[in-house]
Design a protein around this ligand. Sequence first.
Ligand code: PMV
Length: 331
Amino acid sequence: MAKATVEAPSNIAFVKYWGVEDLDRAIPRAPSLSMTLRRCASRTTVAFTPDSSDGDTVLMADAEGSLHPANDGFAQPVMKHLNRLRAWAERSGSFRVATQNSFPAAAGLGSSASGFAALTLAALRALDTWPDAATRSALARQSGSGSAARSVLGGYVAWPHGDNHAAEPIAPPTHWDLRDVIAVVETEPKPVSSRQGHQRAPSSPFYEQRLSHLPERMQIARTSIEARDFDRLGPLIETEGIELHLITMSSEPPIFYWKPATLKVLEVVRAMRSDGLAAYATMDAGANVHVICPPQDEPEVAARLNAMNDVHMVIRDGIGPGPTTKVEDLF
Ligand code: PMV
């Protein structure tokens, strides 16, 4: 039996992936760009035995580390991805998998990105194979969570709309210390999966127009990261966060990921800027708000979000180095 454990972080997109060309292979209609986080992460242990008779087992670890069988909604896509990885490695045998998240799952905090990145990397190690970074990213993408393609890398990451459909690093975490203060206003799973949202995106009358802006936005995001220019990057982050939801709300049928509390946080973030703080908000497919800011403004941003009745929890995260194997096994 071979066993490996990987902890992979979530990421927050500055330019959003929304809409697919090929759903099963998670080939996007658009480029995207993100910052890999440090604290919001999934830890996954994978054991592989060449004996196929056992079948695959998928477990969830609770906060204390006790293992429980995963429910079907979680286990099915995991098993599908294990089949894909086994076929890719041309191996036969059984997997035993356990996962633990450091943050609420399925609430727009990117737990599918971190979870499938950790699963892909731990399974590859357990299969005793380690392809190049582009192949690792492309394999993570095929899990069905496209943003997992970016979570296999650290720092600032672009997923261009290129031929190999893999993400690539654009700057290491040491290049620029940015923080992500997450206002958690909702911990329940989102009402409509990203998978359905990607499918519905082209039904928005604004979708083609959105696609036409993205090459320029990718360019601005890249150059402002290179130049550490937050005055240029910040407004773009917030525009992208809002525009994603413009598309979801104008899809057929519409999807409302925002809650009233989401709008209240957006208002507080605008007030922060009027008071001289450098803070810009973005949301993924969920109600929670990520407030991106430089380190000197983080304590005040966190204090103001913590003071809001509608905010259940504030997670102070920031740019991180990407996946690591230097963690304890879950079994
Ligand atoms: O990774 P998926 O397939 O769950 O899609 C999520 C996409 C967004 O988080 C909404 C945007 C992004 O680029 O991460």
